[in-house]
Every structure is written in C-alpha cells, then in structure tokens.
Ligand binder design. Structure first.
Ligand code: C2E
Ligand code: MN
Ligand code: MN
Length: 398
C-alpha cells in the first residue's frame, strides 16, 4: 500500500448552513474510517481546507466523491503526493475552526486552530502543516491580502565556524552551511564535490562521458554521507544529484537510503537538490522518481531556481519541499526592482504551497538585510560561510 496525502481547499455554498458542518463532519469521519483515511478538515466560515491521508487508490476515489459534492465549489487541489507516514493518524477527521468569528461551536469535538498548531507534534515542519498555516493566515482565501510578516530580527554580520573533523574518503566534498535566520543557527550542510586537489565540480565533470558522470555522481554520494555522519552536527544534509544519476543507476534512491540507515542517518534529514534544466528533459519519468524520493521521507529541492527557462512549470508539477533561488536573482537584490518583484512573488507562491525558500549566493549584508525584511528564513552564501573542506585532505584514500 502506498500512503498518499491530498490537500484541497474549497468554498462552502451559500445554501449549506454552517450549523450543519459539525454533524456533517461526524458522518465524514465514519465514512473515511471505513476506508482507512485520516486527516483534518478546517473551516473558516467560508472556505474549507481538508487534508486526506491513506491508501492512494482510496484517497483518489474519495476525492472524486468530494468533487461531486454540491455543498461546496471552487475545489482546488493544493498537494497530492506520496508520504512515508501518516501525519494525522490520531486525529481521525477532526473539524477545526480557524476563524474567531465562528463562536457558538456546537460540539466539544471542535478544536481551535491555535490548539492544533500549539500541540507538540512531529509534523511541524511538514509541507501540510505549512499549507495549513498559509490557509489560516488567509493566503488561500483573500487573494489580495498582503500580510505584514516582517521580521524585526536583524542580525549582526556573522561568520559561522563548523567542526572540521572529517576523515578520508574515496571522493572529496566541501560542505557549505545553510543558515536559518529565524532560529539563528545552521540548519543544513550542502555537500559540494571537489577533486583530489580541490578542483571544482565543473572541472571534475568536464572530462567525463555522460555515463561516467552519472556513475561518479552516484558513487560520490556515499562518501558525502560518510563525511557528514562523522561531523558533530544534527541538522540536515543536502546533496546535488542529476536526474540522470537517479535514472541510470538502478535503485539509486533505495541504495542511498539504505546507506544512510546503516549509518544512523534518518532519510528525513536528507535533501536531494535537483537543477531545473536537467529535470525538464524527461519530466514524466522524473516525476515518478520524485515520488519515490518523497515516499522515503527524503526532501526534494529545486536548485538554482530562476536560472533556466522551465522554472514555473517544473515548480507546479513537482512541488518541492524547498526552492533554492539562484544567485543571479539574489545578487545585489537591494538595488534591483525586477529582482525584488520576482523574489517577493516567489515567496508568496512558496508560502501558499508550503515550500521553504533558500536564498543562494548571499554575499553582502545589504542583500541579507533586504531578504530578511521580506521574510526569507534560509540563506546560503559567502556572507555566512564559504564551502569548507575541513581537514579531510586525501591522505588515506581507500
Ligand atoms: P550549487 O548546487 O548551486 O552550489 C552552490 C555553488 O555556488 C557552489 O559552487 C558554491 O561554492 C557557490 N557559492 C556558494 N555561495 C556563493 C556566493 O556567495 N557567491 C558565489 N559567487 N558563489 C557561491 P561549486 O562548489 O563550484 O559547485 C557548482 C555546482 O556544481 C553546484 O552548484 C552544483 O550544481 C554542482 N555540484 C556540486 N557537487 C555536485 C555533486 O556531487 N553532484 C552533482 N551532480 N553536481 C554537483
Ligand atoms: Mn546545490
Ligand atoms: Mn544552487
């Protein structure tokens, strides 16, 4: 059975009285229970947002019923993808009222969204919970509300030192930190391949045939994971992978997951970064692989977003967990109207879809300052830290 998560929003029809909703939810509950479907239903007095989790076929057939239901309209599917485990198992199909105006709630079963969000749950960082927050912030309902969400937390310039306890491996990697400006800490390290003498990825890959590139890309990831696991760091590991690497090496995803598990690294701590141009070559197959990745719990990032031509189409089809905005759009952003408009729009799109945004190639305080004021949480770039090779010079290769 493949677990599946589907999230949609819809609008209640005028002729369906709100007072009926709790009763109606109870009915839904037993119907869904019989199909092994769990989730939550949010209602703000006008719009619904529902999360459905269960067997893929059951969820899809339930969704057809939901679409045919005349008590609501404007049905918009927001997310539809495999998940490694249920996020709302113990919630059944509870009704959550998200608006303060909805007083006189009729039964004890109804909970307030603040209680839901406050509960200590492991799904706090999931796309679903972010979409739920976007819904409760009105991002899915009143289309032109531009909410003020400016952060007043401006940071002093800071360079972050990393532990450099690295050991010899077959392939060398440098690691560059990704900085979480809200929690003021490094949340992730991106592994960047290096040659034995510090050669750049471009230099390493340039002399190789396509299939040699795919083999090296795959094999080097085991080294990167080994390096990472030796560091005293409990954040995420982000790895660059060509879509071709995942196609051409049989069971690539599972081999990597197995390797991680053998080293005590949960797949949930892994991010696969894919660049848009390569992915677009074979979108159909690529989407299948992306689903495979998601089903293991590994997160998917679109890398260098905005550097190519397939950006928005790929984004709408793949819906990654993370969008890394390319350096070309970030560089000197405090001076450029068009770049600012693009980043603000990307942030707005990402908020509505539960996607995290990383600004790549931040080199100056001015850039960081501008981005932070627009609510960008994650940063990568020389301003924070360069890729670091630590001391794993290739002394003792195996
Ligand atoms: P990327 O994934 O976008 O990685 C970020 C690149 O930007 C890195 O270059 C990094 O050194 C550079 N960078 C980071 N911050 C700044 C900044 O503030 N300013 C400037 N000017 N540059 C910055 P690097 O290490 O040369 O890597 C280049 C590309 O090679 C990577 O771009 C990635 O697409 C690819 N790559 C690296 N490792 C691998 C790998 O293991 N497999 C595959 N398939 N590709 C890899
Ligand atoms: Mn990358
Ligand atoms: Mn990049």
């Amino acid at each position: 059975m493949q677990l599946f998560q589907l999230i949609y929003k819809s609008k209640k029809r005028e002729n369906f009285p709100s007072e009926f909703i709790p009763k109606f939810t109870q009915k839904l509950c037993s119907r869904n229970e019989a199909k092994g479907i769990t989730g939550i239903l949010l209602f703000d007095g006008e719009y619904f947002l529902q999360v459905l989790e269960g067997d893929q076929k059951q969820v899809m057939s339930l969704m057809s019923q939901i679409e045919a239901d005349e008590r609501h309209n404007e049905i918009t599917v927001i997310l539809k993808e495999p998940i490694p485990k249920r996020e709302h198992r113990d919630w059944g199909m509870k009704l959550i009222l998200t608006s303060k105006n909805l007083i006189n709630p009729l039964t004890q079963e109804i909970i307030k969204i603040t209680d839901y969000l406050r509960t200590d749950r492991s799904v706090d960082t999931s796309k679903a919970s972010k979409i739920i927050q976007a819904f409760t912030n009105g991002l899915w309902t009143n289309s032109n509300s531009s909410e003020e969400r400016q952060s007043d937390k401006l940071l002093d310039s800071q360079i972050i030192a990393l532990p450099t306890k690295l050991a010899a491996e077959k392939h060398c990697f440098a690691f560059q930190p990704i900085y979480d400006a809200y929690n003021e800490q490094i949340c992730c390290l991106e592994g960047l391949i290096r040659g034995d003498n510090g050669e750049s990825p471009a230099e390493i890959f340039s002399g190789l045939t396509k299939s040699e590139v795919y083999t090296l890309d795959m094999e080097s990831k085991f080294s990167a994971i080994n390096h990472f696991c030796r560091q005293e760091f409990n954040g995420m590991l982000s790895l660059n992978l060509l879509p071709g690497t995942l196609f051409e090496n049989q069971n690539a995803v599972y081999k990597l997951v197995e390797h991680c598990q053998g080293r005590g690294l949960a797949p949930e701590r892994l991010i696969f970064e894919i660049t848009e141009q390569e992915a677009f070559i074979n979108l159909g197959d690529f989407m299948l692989i992306v689903d495979q990745i998601r089903a293991t719990g590994i997160k998917v990032a679109i890398d260098d977003f905005g550097s190519g031509y397939a950006g928005l189409s790929l984004l709408s089809k793949i819906q990654p967990h993370i969008l890394k905005i390319d350096r070309s759009i970030i560089s000197k952003i405090h001076l450029s109207g068009p770049q600012q408009a693009i980043v603000e729009a990307m942030k707005h799109i990402s908020d509505r879809l539960g996607i995290e945004v990383v600004a790549e190639g931040v080199e100056t305080l001015n850039e960081f300052d501008w981005l932070l004021q627009r609510g960008i949480q994650y940063y990568q770039g020389y301003y924070f830290a360069s890729p670091m090779s630590g001391n794993f010079s290739v002394v003792d290769k195996n």
